[in-house]
Design a protein around this ligand. Structure first.
Ligand code: GDP
Length: 214
């Protein structure tokens, strides 16, 4: 799957060239416990967010492959899926799909407790960083705010606003202002459907991947 034609029409030449870069992405492991994470010291960028926020769609749009399963049963998975990704001649890194909010302490079931341990283990890794995905249509949900409070203290992190294609231009400005005021940080608007923001998202991922040197 290439970039959608509408997205290409609105780009400058450099961005258009970047969109044609070859991306290799492969599934590595479904981590159940800390010992399952790769041991080769490559940077790790986690994507975290509520079920249905558009995480799988975004991973697939970024890598131009159907790597992640888009949710038929939201919130069921309690594994961290790890993908090895390389774009063009850039350095490889791991994209880590961390479903749900293990750290939001929603319930005390053994399943959620072990997932919480897994997320904590992930964020204590030396080269871990994170993207918090929030839905641009729902600024400032309590669990998104709780997640950000936890995340930005735990690792280099940034916020991405998903499904921006669902907002009209006027609504989008307002939503972004609201989001940035709630999180007191910049929020990058993206759409997995139109491809908007994906080039900027790659740059953000590069920055996070290189924010902690070995
Ligand atoms: P996940 O549970 O966070 O992995 O979310 P999914 O990627 O499975 O997406 C949840 C729903 O939102 C699906 O019906 C997707 O088709 C839809 N969706 C995801 N990203 C976008 C987007 O950028 N734009 C629009 N319009 N729909 C999206």
């Amino acid at each position: 799957m290439g970039a959608p034609p509408d997205a290409i029409c609105n780009l400058d030449l450099k961005s258009a060239i970047r969109l044609t870069l070859k991306i290799s992405a492969e599934f590595v492991v479904s981590a159940v416990g800390p010992e399952d994470f790769p041991g080769d010291g490559l940077p790790e960028v986690a994507m975290v967010g509520r079920s249905n926020v558009g995480k799988s769609s975004l991973i697939n749009a970024l890598t131009r492959q159907k790597l992640a399963r888009t949710s038929a049963e939201p919130g069921k998975t309690r594994l961290a899926n790890v993908y090895r990704v390389q774009r063009g001649a850039g350095a490889p890194f791991y994209l880590v799909d961390l479903p749900g909010y293990g750290y939001a302490r929603r319930s005390r079931s053994p399943e959620s407790t072990s997932f919480e341990a897994l997320t904590e283990a992930f964020f204590s890794r030396e080269r871990a960083s994170a993207l918090l995905l929030v839905d641009t249509r729902h600024p400032g949900l309590d669990n998104d705010r709780a997640a950000w409070q936890w995340l930005y203290r735990s690792a280099p992190a940034a916020i991405v606003g998903t499904k921006v294609d669902k907002l009209a231009r006027s609504q989008r400005m307002r939503a972004l202002r609201q989001l940035e005021s709630v999180f007191e940080d910049t929020v990058l608007p993206v759409s997995a459907v139109t491809g908007e923001g994906l080039d900027e998202l790659w740059k953000l991922i590069d920055r996070l991947a290189n924010s902690r040197q070995p």
